[in-house]
Ligand binder design. Structure first.
Ligand SMILES: *[C@@H]1O[C@H](CO)[C@@H](O)[C@H](O)[C@H]1NC(C)=O
Ligand SMILES: *[C@@H]1O[C@H](CO)[C@@H](O)[C@H](O)[C@H]1NC(C)=O
Ligand SMILES: *[C@@H]1O[C@H](CO)[C@@H](O)[C@H](O)[C@H]1NC(C)=O
Length: 325
């Protein structure tokens, strides 16, 4: 048993040596390449050789565009038996004077399009062995500065309106977000739509609903790219002056601090009214008391009952105040 184990071990070592002496090459690629839409992109791959490989010659290079990492793929650039085959427009070796002795087999895409985004496979055959590697290209396109307009064109105070923000020509899918001048976000009151044009670029449209009573003087629409970076923004002026009662109008939207911020002023106003009423009552009472003492014939109950009626009027006023605030 032990001897068969030793034989297997020796056999394995011999095999590894045989492969090594037969040459060893490795294609090494940058795992992720980034390309800008409409510009040149490079997919970087170089052939690394083991030390015992001397002056290797490349027989074949095949660059394929895959639809998934396991896919067979479509040939975009091929080199075979000393010449380029099936050269596809817009693809070439990144090295300007590339030949079969040049181990830098990087691919150059001359005019990057959205369809170039994805997986690529670089297959290499040399006289010292062969290897292949999959790499990716991430295509990016910058979104345009947003434009903002309103419906109606001129916003009427205390009337509902809509702001429409548009940004186009970006990739991948981005988002539009809304902010007021105090940087509070209003995106939840908006609806965004993303459409893709024939060239694959996205057009983003967002509609922000403004409630008549709570329209701010300024809104900013900002466009964020797929990785959440802000690319640009545009500020729109509604020409609605800042409202004096802004503080309480803002609250139903932001949601936080609603009870304390609304209830506190009501408690203050309420206690002031009660205090005033008590004061009035007290003064009328003392007047009546004085009158009663100086002119007892006038009768003490009449004025007191009108006091009570007046007393009922005032809480009504208070509840109107509550409705308005
Ligand atoms: C390969 O060639 C490309 C184009 O000339 C170059 O940008 C890149 O740096 C080269 N890579 C290496 C590892 O030399
Ligand atoms: C783009 O993103 C938005 C929100 O992030 C989403 O609603 C929309 O469906 C996406 N569109 C596409 C085509 O992926
Ligand atoms: C998003 O924007 C940030 C900052 O501008 C930038 O660094 C990043 O590369 C962009 N990402 C994409 C996918 O466009």
């Amino acid at each position: 048993m032990a001897s068969s184990g030793i034989i297997a071990f020796i056999f394995t070592v011999l095999c590894i040596c045989a492969v090594k002496s037969g040459g060893f090459i490795k294609v090494e690629c940058k795992a992720e390449n980034v390309g800008q839409y409409g510009q040149q992109s490079v997919l970087e791959c170089v052939i690394k050789t083991s030390t015992d490989v001397n002056d290797p010659t490349i027989r074949t290079v095949a660059w394929k565009k895959l639809t998934s990492p396991e896919d067979e793929g479509d040939l975009v650039l091929g080199f075979n038996r000393g010449k380029l085959d099936q050269p596809k427009r817009g693809y070439r070796f990144a090295e300007p004077l590339w030949n079969e002795k040049n181990m830098n087999v990087s691919l150059l895409i001359t005019n990057t399009a959205v369809k170039d985004d994805g997986y690529y496979k670089c297959i290499v055959i040399t006289d010292s062995g062969d290897n292949s590697m999959v790499t990716t290209l991430k295509v990016q396109a910058r979104y345009s500065v947003p434009t903002v307009h309103s419906i109606p064109e001129i916003i009427v105070p205390n009337t509902d309106s809509t702001l429409i923000c548009e940004s186009r020509g970006g990739y991948p899918n981005g988002t539009l977000r809304w902010f007021d001048e105090e940087k509070h976000e209003w995106t939840k009151s908006s609806e965004m739509e993303a459409t893709q044009s024939d060239d694959g670029l996205f057009q983003l449209t967002s509609r922000l609903s403004l409630l008549g009573g709570s329209t701010f003087p300024k809104y900013t629409c900002a466009v964020f790219n797929a990785s959440g970076g802000k690319e640009d923004e545009k500020t729109f002026e509604t020409n609605i002056p800042p409202s004096s009662s802004r503080g309480s109008e803002e609250l139903p939207h932001s949601g936080s601090g609603y009870p304390s911020k609304v209830v506190a002023p009501l408690v203050v106003i309420g206690s002031l009214i009660v205090g005033l009423l008590l004061l009035l009552l007290y003064r009328k009472r003392s007047q009546t008391a004085r009158r009663n003492s100086t002119a007892p014939l006038m009768g003490g109950h009449g004025p007191v009952s009108t006091d009570v009626e007046e007393g009922y009027n005032s809480p009504d006023d208070a509840s109107i105040n509550q409705d308005q605030s």
